[in-house]
Structure formats: structure tokens, C-alpha cells
Unconditional design. Structure first.
Length: 125
């Protein structure tokens, strides 16, 4: 089975200039705890942001919510390809101890996010 068959397709991503407050509102609006962060000028992903990042790196440290997400995001992007085998992607997630993984197409464009919740859906069958 390929990643594309179970991933969450077409995720929104935020620009690096987006504020932490705007990111939190977007997460609430979309009911997600993870957002890719991209450079709108180059159309490249440059990081990721989780709800935990907002709590640990911002709220707990008293950081201003109008600060750009770039200051607290995870830089660098761990990813797999949409045609990768699920087992390979699962191993990669386990090896890197992550709960969500960016999914790219062959042209390295964002096409989805693979989460532990996505993997749980297939383990129940």
C-alpha cells in the first residue's frame, strides 16, 4: 500500500511571516495540531509547526504571540513521497520519533500529511 492511499491530502500551509497567534487560530479553524510552514516567494517548505511548539516554545516562555512562526518552527522538513510504501514511511516516522510526516510528489511539491491517526485507520482493518 502506498502513502497516497491513506494520507490526508492537500494540507494548508502557512507563510514564515504568519504570527504565532494567526497560526494558533488556523489550527483551531482546521482542527489540526500540525501545519507545514512555507516560503511563499519560493513556494518551498522550510519547516513545520505543532500545537506543542506553540505551548512549549511560546506560551511557557512568555513569547509575544505577534512573533512570526519562523522563530519557533522546526526548521528543515522530514518527508516521504506519496508513492512510498506505508511500511517504509512508518519506519521513518518511528526512527525519527515523529507523529506526522510531510508527503511530497515526485516534483517535491506538498501533496499531503501522513499522521499516526492515518496509520491507525489501516491497522484496524
Amino acid at each position: 500500500m502506498e502513502v497516497r492511499e491513506i494520507m490526508t491530502p492537500n494540507p494548508e500551509y502557512l507563510p514564515t511571516t504568519c504570527t504565532i497567534s494567526e497560526a494558533a487560530r488556523k489550527m483551531q479553524e482546521l482542527d489540526v495540531g500540525f501545519l507545514p510552514i512555507g516560503d511563499k516567494k519560493t513556494d518551498k517548505l522550510v519547516g513545520t509547526l505543532t500545537d506543542r511548539d506553540i505551548v512549549v516554545s511560546c506560551l511557557a516562555k512568555g513569547k509575544d504571540l505577534s512573533t512570526p512562526v519562523q522563530s519557533i518552527m522546526h526548521k528543515g522538513v522530514l518527508y516521504c513521497f506519496e508513492n512510498d510504501d506505508i511500511k517504509k514511511a512508518t519506519r521513518y516516522m518511528k526512527d525519527h520519533q515523529i507523529r506526522r510526516l510531510i508527503v511530497l510528489n515526485k516534483n517535491k511539491r506538498l501533496t499531503g500529511v501522513l499522521s499516526l491517526a492515518d496509520l491507525e485507520k489501516i491497522s484496524k482493518h
